[in-house]
Design a protein around this ligand. Structure first.
Ligand code: ADP
Ligand code: MG
Length: 473
């Protein structure tokens, strides 16, 4: 009996028990590696792949292996990993949860937290000489997996330059800013990973602004604020993610200001990310904002179509999943503003197809993309609402806004106010101002009236429903 023969027997059983498409996606890429004392080791293409098997097929695998190798059968996954500290491929072994002793909760824990490190308490510093700090970097977020495009070229190359000469460029601090899901966290990690690779002796720390704040608050409670500051002053490359979180937190801003100054004066590198440009940051002290501007602020913009396609293709190949080009183009064409959503749509597609045992078809892609796009649909403006309501009642916007008390016009105006309240984040006052210079009480009254009328008046309810459809379709 060899690994290959055993695995082929398993496959023919699996094939009979699951949908062909799922079989092709999740079982064909598995390579049997070795068989030793009832332990079969198989290689899977990615961590994602392993998690998928664990979640959906572990029972099936257990059944089929027991059938082939007896009740002592065991399975070990070997995950092909890209090694972040060099270009070699390395392998990690995982044991499926089914085969784990159930008592050791610790083991199970570590399996779900695969590759994630726990935050080490920064206050436990065993002697400053052998300072060993867990960098908290996410090794999947490296430069190799951060695809370049026009939208990120400046930020990416600045980040790269900083990682080659931390503290030695004029990009200090380097502030990476951009909207949600555009790669700030990824790029910030990539910088840290590269520094560790080029300068193993340097202390790198990645921390979210939120955690930093939490630690600071704790340190104040425990009366060791100085230890906190001291700890951070020892870092060579400090990466703080999402500094907009510091908004309005003056204590944290103050302590960060001191740490920043110390690091900067000592030629240490600071990397920050934010969802806003410094000019747009609110409730951040001026002296801090001016520090942010000392270095370079580089923006991550929304990726263009080509970059979106390469990002999808890259993800698919890392996960070892095949998908028709037509579908890739479709997804890339329709999801434009958020790379996390782009990836999310691809993951849903794989999931839907496997879970509901459907083929990954263009139609399925359309359904899924629509869900993503709908959720992120741009907010409708008050102007658009007035236009839609006026059109519906066949009047001009200026009529709708006029001072007249004619009943049908008043109703149209009230509906415009009601829907502005419902579909925009604008305040009552600003809705009033936009819809014919009314005050906030008028808007409030309008909203209540619409609610009441929709309840009591059938015709009016029809208006509300028709219009609602127009806004949500
Ligand atoms: P942010 O921190 O800006 O909200 P993230 O860094 O978390 O965004 O990125 C969201 C997702 O998009 C991550 O999975 C990340 O790996 C991916 N991503 C972002 N930019 C790129 C890129 N240029 N190439 C490949 N993947 C990217
Ligand atoms: Mg982020």
């Amino acid at each position: 009996m060899t690994a290959l023969t055993v695995w082929n027997n398993c496959l023919s059983f699996v094939k009979d028990n699951i949908q062909l498409q799922a079989y092709k996606t999740w079982f064909e890429p598995i390579i049997p590696i070795k068989l030793q004392d009832n332990i079969l080791s198989v290689q899977v293409p990615s961590k994602f792949f392993y998690e998928w098997l664990e979640e959906h097929y572990v029972k099936l695998l257990k059944v089929v292996l027991t059938k082939e190798l007896g009740k002592d059968a065991k399975l070990v996954y070997i995950i092909k990993m890209e090694n972040n500290y060099g270009n070699d491929i390395s392998f990690t072994e995982k044991i499926p949860s089914e085969y784990k002793p159930k008592i050791k909760s610790q083991d199970l824990d570590s399996s779900s937290n695969f590759l994630k490190t726990n935050l080490t308490n920064p206050f436990i510093i065993p002697g400053i000489k052998n300072l060993k700090i867990d960098s908290q970097l996410n090794l999947n977020y490296n430069f190799e997996s951060f695809l370049e495009g026009d939208s990120n070229r400046l930020a990416r190359s600045a980040g790269y330059a900083v990682s080659k000469r931390p503290g030695g460029t004029s990009f200090n601090p380097l502030l990476i800013f951009g909207g949600v899901g555009l790669g700030k966290t990824h790029l910030a990690n990539a910088i840290g990973i590269n520094v560790k690779q080029a300068f193993p002796e340097k202390t790198v720390l990645y921390i979210s602004a939120e955690k930093f704040t939490q630690q600071y608050v704790d340190s104040v409670k425990k009366n060791n604020r100085n230890d906190f500051i001291h700890f951070y002053q020892l870092i060579d490359v400090l990466i703080i993610d999402d500094v907009q979180f510091f908004s309005g937190k003056s204590g944290t801003q103050d302590v960060f200001f001191h740490i920043f100054n110390h690091l900067h004066q000592n030629g240490k590198q600071v990397v920050l990310t934010s969802d806003k440009a410094p000019v747009d940051m609110q409730e951040i002290e001026q002296r801090l904002l001016s520090r942010f501007k000392w270095g370079l602020s580089a923006e991550l913009q929304t990726p263009d179509y080509e970059t979106r396609i390469s990002i999808i293709k890259n993800k698919l190949s890392r996960d070892g999943v095949l998908m028709d080009e037509e579908i890739i183009y479709y997804v890339a064409k329709h999801i434009k503003t958020n790379i996390r959503e782009l990836e999310g749509a691809i993951i849903s597609l794989m999931a839907q197809s496997s879970f509901n045992k459907k083929q990954i078809t263009l139609d399925l892609a359309k359904v899924i993309v629509e869900k993503f796009v709908k959720n992120t649909k741009k907010e409708i403006s008050i102007d658009q609402i007035q236009k839609v309501v006026s059109d519906y009642f066949q009047m001009d916007v200026s009529t709708l806004q006029s001072k007249t008390r004619k009943r049908h016009i008043v109703q149209a105006r009230q509906l415009a106010m009601f829907f502005s309240k419902k579909f925009t984040k604008a305040s009552l006052a600003s809705i009033g101002t936009k819809i014919g210079h009314r005050d906030h009480a008028t808007v409030l009254h309008a909203c209540k009236t619409v609610d009441n009328l929709a309840f009591t008046d059938k015709q009016f309810r029809k208006y509300v429903e028709d219009l609602d459809k127009k806004f949500t379709d």
